[in-house]
Ligand binder design. Structure first.
Ligand SMILES: [Zn+2]
Length: 126
């Protein structure tokens, strides 16, 4: 007896967007073409799909990290910034929290970078 019944997945075929190979995937019934495309990209074993899967893994790790690191409402903003930078909708997101400046961007090797700079103001008068 299991009262936590989830949508049962079914075996379907989809085309990998990277290598155009037809592959068998496990998809929930009624999956949209966009969902099928994403499942295919996450299931294929071609070189480009593997690179994409690693990138998605990095993005999920960054989102998980931001969930631990930030409280609302900053958390939602940082998660959305990470996704936007990852999807290359924007090149960079910068924001300030008190004396901390945070920049979120992709570096030249395609790694997501979250860089924090703390501004320390000091004034000594004699
Ligand atoms: Zn592929």
């Amino acid at each position: 007896m299991n009262d936590l019944i989830t949508r049962e997945e079914e075996t379907r075929t989809a085309i990998c967007r990277f290598c155009n190979q037809m592959i068998a995937i496990q998809a929930p019934p009624g999956a949209s073409p966009a969902e099928m495309d994403e499942i295919a990209a996450m299931s294929c074993t071609c070189k480009q799909a593997r690179k994409y899967q690693i990138k998605v893994g990095r993005m999920k790790a960054a989102v998980a990290w931001s969930t631990e690191r930030y409280a609302e409402p900053t958390r939602s903003m940082v998660r959305s910034a990470i996704r936007s930078v990852f999807e290359k909708a924007v090149q960079k997101v910068s924001f300030k929290e008190g004396d901390k400046k945070t920049d979120i961007f992709m570096d030249k090797d395609d790694y997501l970078v979250i860089a924090q700079t703390v501004t320390q103001k000091g004034e000594i008068e004699f």
